[in-house]
Design a protein around this ligand. Structure first.
Ligand SMILES: Cc1ncc(COP(=O)(O)O)c(C=O)c1O
Length: 382
């Protein structure tokens, strides 16, 4: 924006699709002209149970009609139930509810500094954790971090998944280390189970708190509840947001009993965090994911894509469950082609990787549409 261009009422953030959306149902969204689009972008990896899942809509509507809001100044049965559901589902012990992914990460990092008394953090090349100041400190995206360079906490950065670099690193003054167990924005990068085990062991040996940012990898997306179960490693803190309440804004900072026991009342707080609407949506979300076989569906969809895209313009399917990357030398043109076929997918920090993060109850019809569209794509010869 310059002084000569009019400043819009709604400030620009992302470049939007060239059509406004007015409706969503399951794995499709609809534009204002009635056009239907297969949503492999999942509303920014948020709509885990599909758009406007009837049980989530009903839970939110019923809750709104009975008690739309009360803060943590009052005990609410719906909040207690939401805490039970998400701790049981995640395998963690206690939860603090907030409102977004950045807020969950900010609190995890803040507590790591508080509980260890150390002044440095650690994170990984390509990691993306949000736009608040501690979250920016650990995010590897210079265009959004550089303007705030003077305000960021010193952070040791390591190559993701590299055992030798991990072994060589000095964690003795590191308060907490944060990672996306599968790096999404970086281009769906994965690491091995032995690397996760080595990371856990290194944190144990050095007193560094291990933080899994499961804002994209959680809520059943990998075919299991969270990446912690997928890789068999339990972090000290786990953060969740995006699909947590199917699109009702909510963040969660989950932790072990050992960490929770060191906190006192007042260390954490939020006016809207754990509000009844979000809690009702969370309960309905977990119930839908577990009760409707969505995790098995995610794993099955990934297997079908891997099988049916072999030999296509997609040279490799990266990731797990329904957090996938399609590697193609023609990624940008393929994304345009898919849009022309009414299929929404995401880009990534890797120009050769397109991201898929659709609803977990993705239909076989949607998968067929994607596979057919990819198979019909003819790249232009240079
Ligand atoms: C892995 C990861 N962490 C943190 C965030 C920040 O979440 P929010 O936008 O809800 O603050 C995002 C958002 O895209 C994310 O993908």
């Amino acid at each position: 924006m310059t002084a000569t261009t009019p400043i819009p009422a709604l400030l620009p953030t992302y470049a939007p699709y060239p059509f406004p959306l007015v409706k969503g149902q399951g794995d499709r969204v609809f534009d204002d002209a009635g056009g239907a689009w297969w949503d492999f972008y999942g509303g920014h990896c948020v709509c885990a149970t599909g758009h406007s899942h009837p049980a989530v809509v009903k839970a939110v509507a019923d809750q709104a009609a009975s008690l739309l809001f009360y803060s943590a100044a009052a005990a609410l049965p719906v909040r207690d139930l939401a805490a039970e559901r998400i701790t049981a589902f995640s395998g963690m012990d206690s939860v603090f509810f907030c409102n977004s992914g950045a807020e969950a990460n900010e609190n995890a990092l803040k507590l790591a500094l508080l509980l260890t008394g150390r002044k440095r953090l650690a994170a990984f090349d390509g990691g993306w954790h949000g736009r608040t100041l501690l979250a920016l400190s650990v995010t590897d995206d210079p265009k959004i971090t550089q303007p705030y360079a003077d305000h960021l906490v010193p952070t040791l950065r390591l190559p993701f998944g590299d055992l030798a670099a991990l072994a060589a690193a000095d964690f003795s003054d590191i308060a907490g280390i944060i990672l996306e167990p599968i790096q999404s924005m970086a281009g769906i990068k994965t690491a091995t189970r032995p690397w996760f085990e080595a990371l856990r062991a290194k944190c144990d040996a050095s007193g560094t708190l291990l933080i899994f940012d499961e804002i994209q990898t959680g809520m059943g997306r990998l075919g299991v509840p969270f990446a912690a179960q997928f890789y068999g490693v339990r972090p000290d803190f786990m953060t969740s947001a995006k699909g947590l309440a199917s699109g009702v804004p909510m963040g969660a900072l989950l932790m072990t009993t050992q960490v929770a026991a060191k906190l006192k009342g007042g260390d954490l707080g939020s006016t809207f965090g754990g509000g009844p609407l979000a809690c009702a949506a969370l309960i309905a979300t977990v119930d839908a994911i577990t009760g409707e076989g969505m995790m098995a569906n995610a794993a099955k969809a990934a297997a079908r894509l891997r099988q049916e895209l072999a030999g296509s313009v997609v040279s490799e399917v990266l990731g797990e469950g329904l957090l996938l990357g399609l590697r193609s030398a023609h990624a940008a043109a393929l994304k345009k082609h898919l849009l022309a076929c009414h299929i929404l997918v995401g880009g990534s920090g890797d120009a050769t990787v397109l991201r898929l993060m659709p609803p977990l109850n993705l239909s076989s019809e949607a998968l067929s549409a994607l596979i057919t569209a990819i198979q019909s794509f003819v790249p232009e010869q240079p």
